[in-house]
Design a protein around this ligand. Structure first.
Ligand SMILES: C[S@@+](CC[C@H](N)C(=O)[O-])C[C@H]1O[C@@H](n2cnc3c(N)ncnc32)[C@H](O)[C@@H]1O
Length: 916
């Protein structure tokens, strides 16, 4: 169950009459517990409570329904009960049907409310459903609830008005929803005079059978589009006259309204009766935009970008600087004034703004700084100098663009109330400003210079549609006194193979004039290039969230030389972290944040999360394309190891049409004697065979044994089949191989042992799945082999340091690491190793191999499943990392960022020495 579904279930429960006996189970059911789980709890078999009537679900919650007035006492009893501790309950909850109290035993947070109100606090309990939430979501019960209700209404309306769901009318439908949301907010915040004016008027004036609901709403919209002075002449119904003139583009154009069924009308009234004062524009927009998106609706409201993540972009981009300036200004009135003037000219531009969350946060943060300036300057009620229209965006989806604008309007109003008081906020709120500063369109096709004109130059802009204004709307001028522009956002990522035809065309449009294989670059790369090109014309810096693959492997030499050529430098980065949201289908993509500027900065910042979870911030002189505090350098393929390691080669390519390879049963069918089996057959390992211990064999025939082999009819048939297949080859190499059809293209093998390294490995593993094969086994071209190398070289492959190097320089194929000998092994920087070091490392490799063996028959896939990795194996790896990392820097690295920094330092030395 997702949060929206849970909210619905909880609300339904609270609406029903209170059933003391059934409540604990109904409550647990609302949080997604299955019927069988509840049955076991009811029967008592899994109920761990030690209190009469109590229900204790282990690792979750201990609940008790009590006598009237005993709620607080009962909560204390639940808290003190030994079973609560023993059963590791996260929550205790007591209710008498009139009041409800609960406590989160981990955080100590409590809830105490009327029973009927507990759905307002459902976010508090979300972890009961396994949804771990950031604080803002827990506190956003209203937003989740409103999203769920609006979603129901949207679906119901589309059901009754299928024409509104067509591509042509969808924008009308979305626009209609935006108007409703505005009205709900306005009627609860005194923007509309009178309590619940909009909803109450619909309730009173529309027939209960819903037949004229659309006409009533349409008339109300017409009122909001009619200036007070013009009302008498337009024949507006008297009951609609109480609504103010709003417009600002929001109510202009058609006042057409979809028809309402009785159910839709009820939904509408329910939504109107929510308390919209509680709406939080930081996240409401992100949640609500899924409503209009047929594909996203399943994960309704769950693609939520947390405020802390947005601040990871905005703080280092410009907010930290503003706060530093504020601090430096102290109470100096002139410095404070200068800072305010500077802020008034700052433009924040998100060219993939979705519902405007980055813009909303930026606006609110700047308003907070301004409020502090005004406080220190003793001008607390001063009207804001920060124009909302300086927070500009482009968004492809029209509903999201509408919501972005609404979210900003709401944010402005809320900031005015907060910093200046409600009276002042109301006095200036209506009518809305008609300017269009959130553009609905394709950011990669639009000219950013016309949306955010270069500072100091007046540029006229022809906007695409936003609030139903016709596409050929009048040009809009923005005041443009000059100032800084900060471009930010989290544009769509879309890697190779994930792009739509439109997106592939967009890439061609953006990269076309440059000779770059842009097909391999993630779609998000377009925003980097557009932002860099924009900055060549006007004072700006930018920072985007991006998939970290843009800074790994083969994408690095494609995009980064192009970006660096513009003169831009990376001024800060937040290295890889999981960008998790609440969507159940989203395990969290790994992203990085990259900030770039044309203005040279002596000190750049690398921000990263340490292995212990703390945040590290390091000042460096340069940040390279791999997001490492090191010189700009591209790791190049090397045909031989630069580091003194043994050569690593790809295994043997069968090139056999399947005839040299054998399954176990095919091997049995050959009918070989034990001696023949030993001399003519080998077990063969590629990635899958090694990782999942899949038995596979191959004919392995030395020239001197060919005659003997040909005596076995099935072997002879197979060799002839290989010959026939290779003879048909169109390339000369293939044909030449037909002459030795009994062998694979290579016949690489070891005389003692082979270190095997699968070509691909799941990114979820903490270590690469390398290992050791004995002399009787061979490696296929689906894996690499290091033949007869000393065991300490296996240690390297099994280390965290090596995994990080491979992830960075070789990159990933979808969600798998793609190993490369020429790019990864041959370039891997290692410190100088003493004989003692090698002996220590050898012992580490032996330990790991011994532990693996002790878990036989578990496969590498079993053992390295991050959820199930055995403790002794984890320890053996930890020891391996400890020993190796001490050789690198005398201690453990704090995190991967530090590992990479050391590796790049060594790599630079190694390659410059080589070049010299
Ligand atoms: C990852 S979302 C980020 C939105 C918002 N900042 C958030 O956190 O929810 C990317 C947004 O870019 C929009 N988008 C995708 N392609 C676009 C394009 N070519 N031009 C403008 N916007 C685009 C998507 O509709 C989506 O809203």
């Amino acid at each position: 169950m997702n949060a929206v579904e849970i909210e619905e279930a909880i609300s339904e429960l609270a609406d029903q009459s209170f059933d003391p006996e059934g409540f604990p189970f109904a409550f647990l059911e609302a949080f997604g517990n299955k019927a069988t789980t509840l049955k076991r709890l009811k029967s008592g078999s899994s109920n761990a409570s030690d209190i009469e009537g109590g229900v204790l679900q282990r690792n979750n919650i201990h609940l008790l329904v009590c006598e009237k007035g005993d709620v607080s006492k009962t909560l204390a009893t639940l808290k003190d009960s030994p079973a609560t501790t023993k059963g590791k309950a996260k929550f205790v909850l007591a209710t008498d049907g009139a009041d409800l109290e609960a406590e989160d035993l981990n955080s100590g947070e409590t809830v105490a409310c009327a029973y009927a109100d507990f759905p307002n606090h459902f976010g508090f309990f979300l972890s009961l459903a396994g949804i771990t939430t950031v604080k803002q979501v827990r506190e956003s019960s209203f937003d989740i609830r409103a999203t769920g209700r609006l979603n129901k209404l949207y679906i119901e309306l589309l059901k009754d008005n299928p024409d509104w769901g067509t591509a042509e009318r969808r924008p009308d439908m979305n626009h209609f929803m935006a108007r409703l949301i505005f009205c709900f907010f306005a009627e609860d915040t005194d923007i509309f005079h009178g309590d619940n004016l909009f909803t109450a008027t619909i309730d009173q004036m529309s027939a209960r059978d819903s037949s004229n609901t659309h006409e009533v709403i349409s008339e109300l919209f017409r009122a909001m589009n009619t200036k007070i002075a013009d009302r008498a002449s337009t024949g507006l119904s008297r009951w609609a006259d109480g609504l103010p003139y709003v417009n600002g583009g929001l109510f202009s154009g058609s006042t057409d309204v979809p028809r309402f069924s009785k159910i839709a009308r009820t939904y509408l009234l329910h939504i109107g009766n929510l308390d919209w004062k509680k709406v939080n524009p930081d996240i409401f927009g992100s949640m609500i935009q899924a409503v209009a998106d047929d594909e996203e609706r399943g994960a309704l409201g769950m693609h939520y970008t947390s405020v802390p993540n947005i601040l990871k972009v905005l703080d280092p981009l410009f907010l930290d600087d503003l706060r530093d300036q504020l601090e430096a200004a102290g109470d100096n009135a002139r410095m404070l004034l200068n800072l305010r003037r500077r802020m008034a000219k700052i433009r924040v531009f998100d060219p993939a703004c979705g519902s405007g969350n980055f813009l909303v946060i930026a606006y609110k943060e700047i308003r907070a700084i301004e409020a502090e300036i005004n406080r220190r300057r003793n001008e607390p009620e001063r009207r804001t100098d920060i124009p909302l229209t300086n927070f500009r965006g482009i968004e492809l989806r029209d509903f999201s663009a509408e919501i972005a604008r609404l979210a900003l309007i709401i944010a402005e109003y809320q900031c005015d109330v907060l910093y200046r008081g409600q009276k002042e906020a109301l006095a200036e709120f209506l009518p809305l400003d008609a300017q269009n500063w959130i553009t609905s369109g394709n950011a990669l096709r639009l000219d950013w210079l016309s949306i955010c004109p270069p500072t100091g130059t007046g540029v006229k802009y022809r906007a695409e549609d936003l609030f139903s204004t016709p596409l050929d709307q009048a040009q809009i001028d923005f005041e443009n006194e000059g100032g800084e522009t900060y471009i930010c956002g989290n544009p769509p990522y879309a890697g190779k193979g994930k792009k739509t035809t439109q997106e592939i065309d967009d890439m061609e449009f953006v990269f076309g004039s440059r000779s770059v294989k842009h097909g391999y670059i993630d779609y998000v790369g377009c925003w980097f290039l557009k932002a860099a090109e924009y900055g060549l014309r006007t004072d700006s810096s930018f920072a985007f969230v991006t998939t970290n693959s843009l800074c790994q492997g083969h994408q690095v030499p494609l995009i980064w030389p192009v970006l660096f050529e513009t003169g831009y430098e990376i001024t800060f980065t937040h290295t890889s972290f999981k960008w998790a949201n609440l969507a159940s289908n989203n395990a969290g993509v790994t992203v990085a944040i990259i900030g770039m500027s044309l203005t040279p900065k002596r000190v750049k910042k690398v921000i990263s999360i340490a292995d212990d979870g703390s945040v590290l911030s390091k000042d460096v002189a340069n940040i390279n394309a791999y997001l490492v505090g090191a010189v700009n350098i591209l790791v190049q393929k090397q045909s031989k190891p630069l580091n003194g390691l043994a050569p690593m080669n790809l295994g043997n390519m069968p090139y056999d049409g399947g005839n040299l390879l054998l399954t176990k049963s095919e091997l049995v069918n050959l009918g070989l004697s034990p001696l023949q089996r030993k001399e003519l057959v080998r077990r063969i390992y590629g990635s899958k065979e090694y990782i999942s211990n899949i038995e596979r064999f191959c004919l392995w025939i030395q020239d001197e044994r060919l005659d003997e082999a040909m005596q076995v009819p099935e072997i002879q048939r197979r060799i002839e089949a290989v010959r026939a297949m290779r003879s048909k080859s169109t390339d000369k190499g293939g044909q030449a191989m037909a002459a030795r059809a009994h062998q694979m293209r290579e016949m690489r093998t070891a005389s003692k042992q082979t270190i095997v390294m699968p070509r691909t490995s799941s990114e979820s593993r903490t270590y690469l799945p390398a290992g050791l094969l004995n002399v009787d086994n061979v490696v296929s071209s689906e894996a690499f082999g290091v033949f007869d190398a000393p065991l300490w070289q296996l240690t390297l492959l099994l280390s965290r340091v090596h995994l990080v190097w491979i992830a960075t320089v070789c990159g990933q194929l979808e969600t798998r690491y793609r190993y490369s000998n020429v790019l990864g092994w041959n370039t891997f920087p290692i410190p100088k190793l003493t004989e003692k070091n090698k002996a220590d490392l050898t012992r580490c490799a032996e330990d790991i191999l011994l532990v693996r063996e002790a878990h036989f028959p578990k496969t590498i896939a079993d053992l390295y499943d991050p959820e199930k990795m055995p403790e002794d194996l984890r320890h053996a790896h930890e020891r391996n990392d400890e020993v190796l990392e001490r050789i690198y820097i005398g201690r453990r690295f704090k995190n991967d960022t530090e590992r990479l920094e050391k590796l790049f330092e060594l790599y630079t030395k190694m390659t410059t020495k080589g070049a010299a």
